[in-house]
Design a protein around this ligand. Structure first.
Ligand SMILES: [Zn+2]
Length: 413
């Protein structure tokens, strides 16, 4: 090798060392990147009981966002179960779901390694919240007066069914009317589908019966209240994307013996699995009034054994941790009691939650079951609206938590 080539080789080696050093240098530069890191968030206000949106700016390539455990972070347009989440790519918009009970202010922490910044966000009144007792009450008045005498097989049932379908359509849900005959009566289920993005064949089903006993006229508590609860939950859910398909059902033939829900259960498409069923029958006369909201998890075949831990966990987390309602206002328990539509789902192995309020109701299956009676028992119209809101908020969050399985993993490990 001539001295000329020798010098050339040495230069190449030196060059390669410099290149390699450059790569190593980048690895060592993380500390330096943190020094120049920044994150900005605006506005520093948010609305209680709503999806709140912030403009977010950062030069961090990955980062962790942390908020109090009653606030949920939205990731990829889906409301997550989490109050702490790591993001691996930049985003210019941060969305949070605030419960109606959050007030004052709360912190948002953004961090990566040694870099940490906090923003204090002021909470505004819940005007424009996802759930509205006023709207619930308006629906109740319309449905109980315009669609009175809607017993199964009666002409008013047809009219009630098409009204309910229209409402579900107005929330941009796909709808279906299941029509069949039983004991010479036409039975009509009204169903809305909010299609899941990632697991459309896995369903979370909610339902309440809209038919009434023949002796009843308006059937306000039994069960316009449960019918409107399903509508209001449908409306809130329609404003977000979900992993699974959420199915909103309005049954008829309940008073004859659960005809509608039984027909539905016997006609589930083969590729579909049902994660859970939530039932609404006689709701609204409940907390924050003097009556408890019964949150009855079933079935319960072996008394002492907990058979549906997930639904109990979901109910407790929603009420205690997220909504932070006083537990004295709620009776959360596993029980095989109750004879409403949830019973139809037990033979196919589906766990259920049955929501109901005051049980000893003077208007039960008689002419006194109207909105005025409910208002008196609630202690006034405003108190009744608050009772309705409780039911819809608990259900809305239960659906979010049932939409994927992170919660069970979290609780079990
Ligand atoms: Zn009923």
């Amino acid at each position: 090798m001539s001295p000329k080539y020798k010098i050339g080789s040495i230069l190449i080696v030196i060059f390669m060392i410099v290149v390699a050093w450059g790569y190593l240098g980048r690895g060592l530069e993380i500390g330096r990147e943190d020094e120049h890191a920044y994150a900005n968030l605006l506005p520093l206000t948010a609305t209680a009981g709503s999806l709140s949106s912030f403009n977010f700016e950062t030069n961090l390539k990955s980062y962790t966002i942390n908020v109090p455990n009653n606030i949920l972070i939205i990731k990829d347009d889906i409301i997550s179960h989490n109050s702490t989440l790591t993001f691996d790519s930049p985003m210019d918009n941060l969305q949070l779901l605030l419960p109606p009970t959050v007030d004052g202010s709360f912190p948002i922490h953004i961090s990566k390694g040694s870099f940490e910044v906090s923003f204090q966000v002021t909470v505004k009144e819940d005007a424009g919240a996802l759930v509205s007792g006023d709207e619930y009450h308006d629906y109740m008045r319309t449905f109980t007066t315009r669609y009175a005498k809607r017993s199964t097989g009666y002409p008013h049932m047809e009219q009630a069914a098409s009204y309910l379908e229209q409402q579900l359509k107005s929330f941009k849900l796909d709808t279906e009317i299941q029509r069949f005959q039983q004991e010479n009566r036409d039975v009509l289920n009204v169903i809305g589908y909010h299609r899941g993005i990632n697991r459309p064949e896995e369903w979370v089903v909610l339902g309440g019966h809209y038919d009434i006993k023949e002796k009843t006229i308006e059937g306000a508590y039994d069960n316009a209240a449960g019918t409107v609860a399903v509508l209001e939950i449908a409306k809130a859910i329609s404003q977000m994307k979900t992993d699974r398909t959420i199915v909103l059902c309005l049954w008829s033939g309940e008073e004859q013996g659960l005809w509608g829900s039984e027909f539905f259960v016997n006609n589930i498409p083969e590729n579909v699995t049902i994660k859970a069923y939530l039932n609404y029958d006689m709701v609204g006369l409940n907390w924050p009034q003097v009556y408890q909201l019964n949150v009855l998890v079933g079935p319960d075949e072996n008394g002492a054994e907990v058979e549906n831990p997930e639904l109990l966990n979901v109910s407790n987390r929603v009420i205690d941790e997220i909504l932070r309602y006083p537990s004295s206002g709620f009776d959360v328990k596993e029980t095989g009691e109750g004879s409403s539509d949830q019973v139809s789902f037990w033979p196919i192995g589906v766990s259920t939650i049955y929501f109901s309020g005051l049980i000893v109701y003077p208007g039960y299956h008689n002419k006194v079951d109207d909105l005025a009676t409910m208002e008196v028992l609630a202690g006034g119209r405003e108190r009744l609206k608050e009772g309705f809101e409780t039911v819809v908020w608990v259900s809305y969050y239960a659906v979010i938590l049932l939409d994927n399985d992170e919660l069970i993993k979290q609780k079990d490990t």
